[in-house]
Each structure stands twice: as structure tokens, then as C-alpha cells.
Write a protein that binds this ligand. Structure first.
Ligand SMILES: Nc1nc2c(c(=O)[nH]1)N[C@H]1C(S)=C(S)[C@@H](COP(=O)(O)O)O[C@H]1N2
Ligand SMILES: [Mo]
Length: 260
């Protein structure tokens, strides 16, 4: 049976301009954050989100591929070599001093070393990464399923989203460096294919693709899959992050829900 896949763009019929703008790629924002285009996009995005959440089950799997379908390396995109001091210190020690923290709306805040994460049950999946810029790569990702870490932290009922804070600075803001961040809802956070990956194509995850840990959210576009993850915070809204839209690119006009 063919899985029923909805293109989010199918639902943007009233917003052709907006959908064109959202296809221009990772390097072009939409400009004016308060523009009309932005409002149209937001409306279309929330409709798409609700429609997809209704039509696609909670645990429908993204397609997985075979080894022979891996034809090229995963193309690095966005930040490929963070220059932030705390990151460089950890990288120079092969990430031995790295800890992933989980906090916010949880009963038991957690802190994991990479060894602890690698010792947990792992999942390997060969999936296709689709960037909003229009390119795709099929690659093999290995990591721990996020729900395993969340279960240890015991997410409180009030939590609605998981926010990923990253090491890499995207630009200098008035109040200091603006770092990459992203967020997903708890349905995606508990999805069996949502993993914190430390392996790529049978090797340690390279710096260019997000070492030491990057999230894979296989039913959404590439920009949702935060690289260089520093912490995960459970929240019930994004108001205290950036411009309050749930992600660095979202703050620059991209859809928060980027289902494919
Ligand atoms: N921390 C961080 N995560 C990020 C980005 C980034 O610049 N910084 N770029 C995003 C985009 S637009 C894409 S397409 C993917 C690229 O992942 P790759 O380098 O493994 O191909 O990472 C996403 N996650
Ligand atoms: Mo992307």
C-alpha cells in the first residue's frame, strides 16, 4: 500500500507567493518579519499542521531505503564547522567532556555523556534528507531514540514541545550571538524514527554533519533537524526563545511545521 503523503504545498493554494518564497532555500529569509506574506504563511502552516496530524497517524514511518540506495555522502549544509569557543574546546577533546542536558518541564532533569548515550539501545535507519533548498540525500543514521531519554527525564503533562539548543552561532544580535535552535512537538519527539544520531554511514558523525549529536526528524524538512545539540528543554510554548516562532529559520519566516 502506498503511504498517503501530503505535500504541505498542496495546501498553500491561496498563498502561491508565500509558497514560492518558502522554496527559496536555507540562505534567503523572507525579509520583513511582519510582512503580509509572513501572516499568510502562518495561517497556511497551522492548517497544514492540523490536516497532517489528522491524516497521518502518530507513528506512521518515513520511508526507509536499502544500502544500495546510498549514492553519495550526506551533503553538509548550514553550519559545517562551528567556531564557538565552548564547542571548539569540546571538539579538541574528542567530545569526552560533552554532556547533553534535558530539562524544563520534566520530573527528573538529566545529563548524559556520549558514552552513556552510545551504551543505550540504538536504532539505525537509512532515510532521505530533504532540504528546503530542493536537494535530497539518502544516508544511514545511527543513534538513540529520543523517547528513551525523555522517558528517563519523565516529561510533565504540561509539556507540549521539545526545544533543541545548539552550539553554533548564526549571526550577531543586539543582545549577543544568535544560536541555531529548533523545536518539535511531543508526537514527533516520541516517534520511533526520531533519534539523536551519533553515527552517519557507519562512521562517527562528522563535525560537518553535526557532531557529536544531531536530531533526525524523518517526516520533516532538513532545517528541523538540529545539529550540534547542546540541550533539550521541554516547554509549553516558545515565547522565551528567539522571536518566539520555535526555531532559527522560523524566526526568519519559515514554517514551524515542515512536513514532507
Ligand atoms: N545547528 C544547526 N543545525 C542545522 C543547521 C544549521 O545551520 N545549524 N542547518 C539545517 C539545515 S537547513 C539542513 S538542510 C540540515 C543539514 O544537515 P547536514 O549538514 O547533515 O546535511 O541541518 C539543519 N540543522
Ligand atoms: Mo536545509
Amino acid at each position: 500500500m502506498t503511504r498517503f503523503t501530503l505535500s504541505r504545498r498542496t495546501f498553500l493554494t491561496g498563498a502561491t507567493l508565500a509558497s514560492t518564497a518558502s522554496l527559496t532555500g536555507c540562505f534567503d529569509g523572507l525579509g520583513d518579519r511582519d510582512s503580509h506574506v509572513r501572516n499568510v504563511l502562518e495561517m497556511a502552516n497551522s492548517v497544514t499542521y492540523r490536516v497532517q496530524r489528522t491524516l497521518l497517524g502518530n507513528t506512521d514511518l518515513a520511508r526507509e531505503y536499502s544500502e544500495s540506495e546510498i549514492r553519495q555522502p550526506q551533503r553538509p549544509n548550514g553550519t559545517t564547522d562551528p567556531t564557538d569557543d565552548d564547542y571548539l574546546t569540546l571538539a579538541s577533546g574528542h567530545f569526552a567532556g560533552y554532556r547533553l542536558t534535558i530539562g524544563g518541564l520534566v520530573e527528573k532533569p538529566q545529563s548524559f555523556s556520549l558514552d552513556e548515550i552510545r551504551a543505550m539501545p540504538s536504532r539505525t535507519q537509512i532515510t532521505r534528507h530533504d532540504c528546503v533548498e530542493g536537494w535530497s540525500c539518502i544516508a544511514k543514521w545511527t543513534g538513540v531514540q529520543l523517547f528513551r531519554l525523555l522517558d528517563q527525564a519523565q516529561v510533565k503533562p504540561a509539556a507540549r514541545y521539545a526545544v533543541f539548543a545548539c552550539f553554533d552561532t548564526m549571526e550577531q544580535g543586539l543582545d549577543g550571538p544568535i544560536k541555531y535552535y529548533e523545536s518539535i512537538d511531543l508526537m514527533d519527539a516520541h516517534h520511533p524514527q526520531t533519534i539523536l544520531a551519533y553515527g552517519l554511514n557507519d562512521r562517527a558523525l562528522p563535525v560537518s554533519n553535526g557532531a557529536p549529536l544531531r536530531v533526525r526528524v524523518e517526516r520533516q524538512l532538513g532545517y528541523k533537524m538540529a545539529k550540534y545539540i547542546k540541550s533539550i528543554t521541554l516547554v509549553n510554548d516558545f515565547a522565551s526563545y528567539g522571536y518566539g516562532n520555535g526555531g532559527y529559520w522560523e524566526d526568519n519566516g519559515y514554517d514551524w511545521f515542515a512536513g514532507i
